[in-house]
Design a protein around this ligand. Structure first.
Ligand SMILES: Cc1cc2nc3c(=O)[nH]c(=O)nc-3n(C[C@H](O)[C@H](O)[C@H](O)COP(=O)(O)O)c2cc1C
Length: 363
């Protein structure tokens, strides 16, 4: 293994350990959203209420295990547990970044072994600097239903060994052209602004995982790996997950011809970053997301309470979510996009200010 590959392997090990301390159970912007609950829902709670389509594949619920790890021994062990939980619960699963395979081809084996443990759809994750050739090798070996390309400028800036070049648009387009499967462009916890969502929609990207602030904080994680130069003041940088979902609604309006915008299909929106419980999943759907991705919460259950506890937790989430969907008057995840919501004064002020910027074409 060369020096660069060794440093990436050691970073992956650090992330697994440090993620436990960079995700405190606390309030986030999902607590600012209140769904309107009908006292006469005229629905019936059944487990099948939560079933939905995931890139053309029927799955048990609109949440999935989001990208975390792989390519190092501890990470491969975690992925094997996550894949077994995915299979048991019929929930999709995303592997952590496999860009590493470009520098250390032997790292592919661990991903392949985990992949064999689930028949559910999986997502392969790479950074935007990965060569299309490596992406094709990964797709051939792991047979993902879609490809995640992560964009993580804040993390790279704070990461001691991080890249300082964040020119990704052309690279995303090149990878997408070669991949031949749907592409999801994904943040890692700092959210998405309106203009970047619009740009990706104009590029024809199939989905955007907004992965906003509110859960695992990669500024805190990378800052604690630094020996000098404190970046803790950046930990509130970017948009929260809820703000990012609202930004996607502004982008949709700007792209919608009926509302005077440009005619362009909107990518499917994925909500991730600080999803703590099934109600956060439901709120995500009400705010316009198709699916919600969960990382830190499932990882801490696995590491603190074991694989069986994770499998049980995921089964509980499915059951509770199917109940919540009915409680709020819907019969399937797709219908939840119609659930009415209100928000507190702070978020309302955000919406008003962003609408003003959008009116002037400034966001
Ligand atoms: C240990 C760990 C490793 C991660 N590695 C990756 C990665 O390789 N690629 C990626 O796109 N996101 C990665 N993430 C970010 C998550 O996919 C997600 O965007 C972020 O943690 C916010 O979600 P959460 O609050 O549910 O944890 C990682 C997260 C954790 C906790």
């Amino acid at each position: 293994m060369n020096e660069e590959a060794q440093s990436a392997a050691s970073r992956k090990r650090d992330h697994i350990v440090l993620a436990r301390y960079a995700r405190k159970p606390r309030r986030n912007d999902f607590d600012r959203i209140f769904l309107v609950r009908p006292a006469l829902p005229e629905t019936e709670a059944a487990l099948s209420n939560a079933e939905c389509d995931f890139f053309g594949f029927r799955v048990a619920a609109p949440f999935f295990i989001n990208a975390m790890t792989g390519g190092v021994e501890e990470g491969d062990r975690i992925n094997r547990s996550l894949c077994r939980a995915s299979e048991k619960n019929k929930i999709p699963m995303a592997f952590g970044s496999a860009s590493f395979v470009e520098r250390d081809p032997s790292a592919l084996k661990g991903f392949e072994e985990a992949r064999k443990l689930t028949n559910q759809p999986v997502l392969v994750n790479v950074n935007a600097d990965t060569s299309p050739k490596t992406v094709k090798t990964l797709i051939k070996a792991l047979d993902p239903i879609a490809l995640q390309i992560h964009v993580n400028a804040v993390q790279e800036l704070v990461m001691p060994e991080g890249s300082r070049k964040w020119k990704w648009k052309e690279k995303i387009a090149e990878i997408r052209q070669e991949a031949g499967i749907p592409v999801i462009v994904k943040e890692v916890g700092f959210g998405f602004d309106v203009s970047s969502i619009k740009t990706l929609a104009q590029m024809g990207v199939e989905a955007i995982d907004v992965s906003g602030r509110g859960g695992t904080n990669f500024c805190t994680i990378e800052n604690s790996r630094r020996e000098r130069g404190d970046f803790s003041y950046l930990s509130e940088c970017g948009f929260s997950t809820v703000q990012s979902l609202l930004n996607a609604r502004f982008a949709r309006q700007l792209l919608n011809p009926e509302e005077g915008g440009e005619k362009k299909a909107m990518p499917a929106i994925i909500s991730s970053g600080g999803i703590r419980n099934p109600l956060d999943v439901l709120k995500s759907l009400a705010l316009g997301a198709r699916w919600a991705g969960v990382s830190g919460r499932f990882l801490s259950t696995l590491l603190e309470r074991g694989e069986e506890a994770l499998q049980e937790e995921m089964a509980e989430w499915k059951e509770q979510l199917s109940g919540l969907i009915a409680l709020y008057g819907a019969s399937c995840p797709e219908e939840c996009a119609k659930t009415a919501w209100i928000c507190d004064a702070e978020l309302e002020s955000y919406v008003r200010q962003m609408a003003r910027l959008a009116g002037r074409g400034e966001n």
